[in-house]
Structure formats: structure tokens, C-alpha cells
Design a protein around this ligand. Structure first.
Ligand code: AMP
Length: 284
């Protein structure tokens, strides 16, 4: 596995792959790898000739009071895990190499950033769309692979790629979970042992809502109230940042469920803000 830190060198390598006719897959990450990241890399390994992974804790997607400095990092371990997953190139640039001091170009997809995480993280998706756009220009991959844990991000990037005619297929892959249902996240390291014991209730709460929808409940207001009750009862110290029912493609709120609907939540437990989601009425 080659580790590249210089964006131009990475672009040269990507151009050479493209010229050779190889299919390439890019897996964008912020590092501190877990099985969720590795599942994307393994999918890429099976489906492309050449696998690129980017490891970049992107400063522009963090708000001023967020955890940019505290975000966990371990490049040596990540490089070892990426190599074991069969990655060909690990692109790990310095932020100053990506963003010039007078960087002035931003990519925004405002309608998909209005709700869910966008409501409490106003600059987040502008940062995400901009860095992914930069990475796609550098890697020019046949495919880019993302996790459904960040469903809103995936939907927004699909829209960006479509609107900008970016010739990369955007692939979404299922959420990888711990045995107790907690979605894997680099931020799970922020949980104390006691919080870690409570955290699986986020997914249990989402599953509770899925069961209610399955049983015929179609009112978003009723489902939201049921989720709030579930969390208040099972994780008393937690704060529900949001629990929303939205259209899975355009991320607009749904009031009465009539077809496939995304139930998505962000819950704060101690220092961690944890995401989960599931598709309701997938076959409707
Ligand atoms: P991050 O490093 O958190 O920015 O995540 C990099 C990629 O891994 C994103 O596409 C995430 O959606 C994906 N990812 C993170 N956690 C999981 C998980 N538990 N299951 C599947 N994909 C994940």
C-alpha cells in the first residue's frame, strides 16, 4: 500500500490508473478506522481494480464549538488496517495542502442540508460537499463508497454528483453495528463505560418506532412522541438532538407515512453525539 500526502501526487496516481483503464473506488474517511470503515474498503476491494482511501479530518465540516481538536486520530494503526483490507493507496493530506489560505470555493446543497444534522450543524454539509467534491476531482474514481449511517450525507452527495454531472457512481453501504445494535462510530470512544451500556438504546428506540410503523402507525407526530418517550425512559441523561421522519432521497419532513420513509436520529450521551437511522415501509 502506498501512502500519499501530496494532493498533486495523488491526482497523478489517479490519472495513471484511469489511463490504464482500471476501475477505481474511493472511500472517503476521517480515520480512526472501525469495522464500518473496513466494510466499505472490503466492498471496494471486491468491486474495483484499484482502491483509494482518503483519511482527512476535514476542518471545514466542524463548527466552532465542535470536536475537531478532540477527534480521535491514529495514522499508524489506520495504515495497518487499510493495508490488511487490501487498499492500494491511502491518501492522508495535511489540511494546509487541501485548503489554501485564500481558499474561496464552496459547494452547497442547501435543500438537503436543511433538516436532520443540518439543522444543528449549520456549516457541516457545506464542508462535507466541498471536501468530497475536492476528493472526487483528485481521485476521479469510477465509484465512491459511503455508509448509510450518515444517510443524509449520502443523499446529499448523490444529489451533488447528479447535479454537477460528476462521472462517479455513488455507492451506499449498510450500517455496521456492535452485537448489541450500537452503530459503530469513531466517536463511540467518547462514551464512558456506563454511557456505552446505555447507548444501544438509541437503536432499540429506532427499532421500537419501526415496529410501530410496521404495526400500522402512520402519524409522524405519534412516532416522534414514542421515540422521545422511549429515550427518556431508557437513557434518562440523554438529549435527543432530533428524531425525524423524512423522505429518504430529498430529506424533507414527512407528516403521514405513505411510502418508504427514513427515521433518523442524533442523540447526545455525555460528550458523544451519536447517529442512527432506519428505513420504514421499505417495500411500500
Ligand atoms: P467517517 O470517518 O466517520 O467520516 O466515516 C467515513 C465513512 O464511513 C462514511 O461514509 C460513513 O458513513 C462510513 N461509516 C461510518 N460508520 C459506519 C458504520 N457503522 N457502518 C457503515 N459505514 C460507516
Amino acid at each position: 500500500m502506498q501512502i500519499i500526502t501530496d494532493p498533486h501526487a495523488f491526482q497523478q496516481r489517479a490519472m495513471a490508473e484511469r489511463a490504464s483503464g482500471a476501475t477505481t473506488a474511493l472511500v472517503p474517511t476521517m480515520g480512526f478506522f472501525h469495522e464500518g470503515h473496513l466494510s466499505l474498503m472490503r466492498w471496494a476491494r471486491e468491486n474495483a481494480d484499484t482502491v483509494f482511501v482518503s483519511l482527512f479530518v476535514n476542518p471545514t465540516q466542524f463548527g466552532p464549538d465542535e470536536d475537531l481538536d478532540a477527534y480521535p486520530r491514529d495514522l499508524d494503526r489506520d495504515a495497518r488496517l487499510a493495508e490488511e483490507a487490501g487498499v492500494d493507496v491511502l491518501f492522508a493530506p495535511d489540511p494546509r495542502a487541501i485548503y489554501a489560505e485564500d481558499h474561496a470555493t464552496w459547494v452547497e446543497v442547501p435543500t438537503l442540508a436543511q433538516h436532520l444534522c443540518g439543522a444543528s450543524r449549520p456549516v457541516h454539509f457545506r464542508g462535507v460537499a466541498t471536501i468530497v467534491s475536492i476528493l472526487l476531482h483528485l481521485a476521479m474514481p469510477s465509484m465512491a463508497v459511503f455508509g448509510q449511517k450518515d444517510w443524509q450525507q449520502l443523499a446529499l452527495l448523490r444529489r451533488m454528483a447528479r447535479d454537477l454531472f460528476i462521472p462517479t457512481e455513488i455507492i451506499g453501504r449498510p450500517i455496521v453495528r456492535e452485537a448489541d445494535g450500537l452503530a459503530l462510530s469513531s466517536r463511540n470512544v467518547y462514551l464512558t463505560p456506563q454511557e456505552r451500556q446505555q447507548a444501544p438504546h438509541i437503536n432499540k428506540g429506532v427499532q421500537h418506532i419501526a415496529a410501530l410503523a410496521e404495526a400500522g402507525e402512520r402519524s409522524a407526530a405519534a412516532l416522534k412522541a414514542a421515540f422521545a418517550d422511549y429515550i427518556a425512559q431508557h437513557i434518562p441523561g440523554a438529549e435527543v438532538d432530533y428524531f425525524e421522519l423524512v423522505h429518504p432521497d430529498n430529506i424533507q419532513p414527512v407528516h403521514d407515512l405513505t411510502g418508504p420513509t427514513l427515521a433518523a436520529t442524533a442523540v447526545r450521551i455525555g460528550k458523544a453525539r451519536l447517529l442512527d437511522n432506519t428505513l420504514l415501509l421499505a417495500d411500500a
